[in-house]
Design a protein around this ligand. Structure first.
Ligand SMILES: NC(=O)c1ccc[n+]([C@@H]2O[C@H](COP(=O)([O-])OP(=O)(O)OC[C@H]3O[C@@H](n4cnc5c(N)ncnc54)[C@H](O)[C@@H]3O)[C@@H](O)[C@H]2O)c1
Length: 443
């Protein structure tokens, strides 16, 4: 049985309730594949509530995500999913039925389905009090202080002290509400709530090796260069293509690489962000294999095909990011580079088969490191549970790498990129209109 240590001895930034001043890291050798992990000791039930019965929680063909699977492996027979909350009752019931038909039945046989969080609060038996609440509902229902879009505040109110995991992005509401997300971050910090946000790329072994090289060699990052090309043909959710629903591809998807950029480059000087976009109505922006009927989306809400941004970090370093909606098929093409004096660290294909190319002083050739069997989704869940369980033997082993406060800063940054690209587009349209008017007037 594992020994525990008192909470007051824990550093708050390990628990995801600290401000973003210091970004934690994990020794990459501690990121262990799921099949080589032994369950945390003990036989007591570990009650969990899942909010959202969709792809992130129960898996889909679109990617490797599936939180329930990782919780099952981490907690073994201790896992008790006391409630599954989703307004789509049929979907929730169907995924539960599948679980109950499988060997993980013990975690789900007593799971109750609720349409809303309030229903769960009203009907919860005391023995069902959760130790962790996992939020995988769409981002439009969180990150604000408005009723119905304030799940964090509801959790803090009804379950003070209970750990929270939230998917990224923290919100997709209007830009004016970013300050509300900062207020929520403050409340999470003040209440010392354990809180982790789903920027799982931070948990990649390759990413932690990059951190290790930077730390061990005392390097100062000079530049981050990120490129994210998605396979648009595989994206069939109409909301993704609608800026009014998803907030656009930088805020919804590119956010992972914007977050990685901040993880390495530090705080972004938001006022310095500049960006350009290739829009749906420009000649080069025509796509032939879209899985949705874009004509059903009002023109002003259609998404850009390319967004390219540059910015300064507070440190003086320079960052850049290009997001492209151009590839067909199903695999994405993503690369992330970090430069420091004498070094380049290039991460390729982080979603499918991560490869790290390292160039160091004294050798013009790159060393290639491949990471087979790495599962950042599992490491993310595993670290969260270890923090909740407060294991003593290896005090530095577990870390929450993405706190709420830090995730709100990424959210603010992605909004800044979107707004900068929209400003560039308006300026270009105005210049074209002025030129046409001048031509007409014979100036
Ligand atoms: N980290 C990653 O790589 C990754 C991958 C996929 C999805 N995600 C994130 O996970 C979140 C969910 O995405 P998804 O693909 O699972 O979506 P989804 O549409 O497949 O599932 C969302 C589910 O939430 C339910 N829902 C809607 N409103 C709700 C509410 N108020 N309370 C509870 N449930 C509600 C829906 O009925 C649906 O079943 C998004 O924030 C997305 O960005 C992250």
């Amino acid at each position: 049985m594992s020994s525990r240590r008192p909470s007051e001895r824990r550093g708050s930034d390990r628990r995801g309730s600290g401000a973003a001043s210091r970004r934690p890291s994990i020794d990459p050798s501690r990121l262990i594949p799921m099949d080589r992990v032994t369950h945390v000791g003990g036989s007591d039930d570990f009650n969990v509530v899942f909010i959202g019965a969709g792809n992130i929680m129960f898996g889909s063909d679109e990617g490797p995500w599936n939180h329930s699977f990782r919780f099952e492996h981490k907690l073994g027979r201790r896992l008790k999913v006391v409630a599954l909350i989703d307004p789509a009752i049929e979907r929730a019931t169907a995924v539960l039925q599948k679980k109950c038909d499988s060997f993980v039945v013990s975690a789900y046989q007593d799971t109750r389905v609720f349409k809303t969080f309030e229903d769960f609060v009203r009907n919860m038996a005391p023995r069902d009090r959760p130790r962790a609440i996992i939020v995988g509902s769409p981002p439009m229902y969180r990150g604000s202080t408005q009723p119905g879009r304030d799940i964090e505040l509801q959790i803090l109110k009804y379950f003070p002290g209970v750990a929270i995991f939230l998917e990224k992005p923290v919100a997709t509401g209007p830009e004016e509400e970013i300050q509300e997300a900062f207020k929520i971050a403050q409340m999470i910090n003040d209440s010392k709530t354990i809180c982790s946000v789903g920027y799982m790329l931070r948990y990649l072994k390759a990413v932690q090796m990059m951190k290790q090289i930077i730390d061990e060699n005392n390097l100062t990052v000079m530049s981050t260069i990120a490129r994210y090309a998605c396979a648009y043909q595989a994206i069939s959710k109409p909301e993704w293509w609608d800026k009014a629903k998803s907030a656009g591809p930088i805020i919804e998807q590119g956010t992972h690489f914007c977050d990685l950029s901040r993880y390495f480059g530090g705080e972004v000087d938001i006022a310095s962000v500049q960006a350009h976009s290739l829009e749906w109505d420009e000649n080069a922006g025509q796509l032939s294999k879209m899985a949705v009927d874009e004509s059903k989306i009002p023109p002003e809400r259609r998404i850009p095909r390319v967004t390219a941004a540059t910015w300064k970090y507070d440190s003086g370093a320079v960052g850049s990011f290009t997001h492209v909606v151009a590839l067909q098929g199903s695999n994405y093409s993503c690369e992330f580079e970090v430069y420091a004096d004498g070094y380049s660290l290039k991460l390729v294909n982080p979603y499918v088969q991560p490869v790290l190319y390292i160039r160091k002083p004294g050798d013009d050739n790159e060393t290639t490191v491949r990471f087979a069997d790495d599962d950042p989704f599992f490491s993310e869940v595993s670290n969260l549970i270890d923090i909740i369980e407060d294991i003593e033997e290896e005090p530095e082993a577990a870390q929450i790498l993405s706190s709420y406060d830090d995730a709100v800063r990424t959210y603010e940054f992605t909004w800044a990129i979107r707004k900068a690209s929209e400003r560039s587009r308006e300026a270009k349209l105005k210049a074209s209109a002025d030129a046409a008017a001048a031509l007409k007037a014979g100036v």
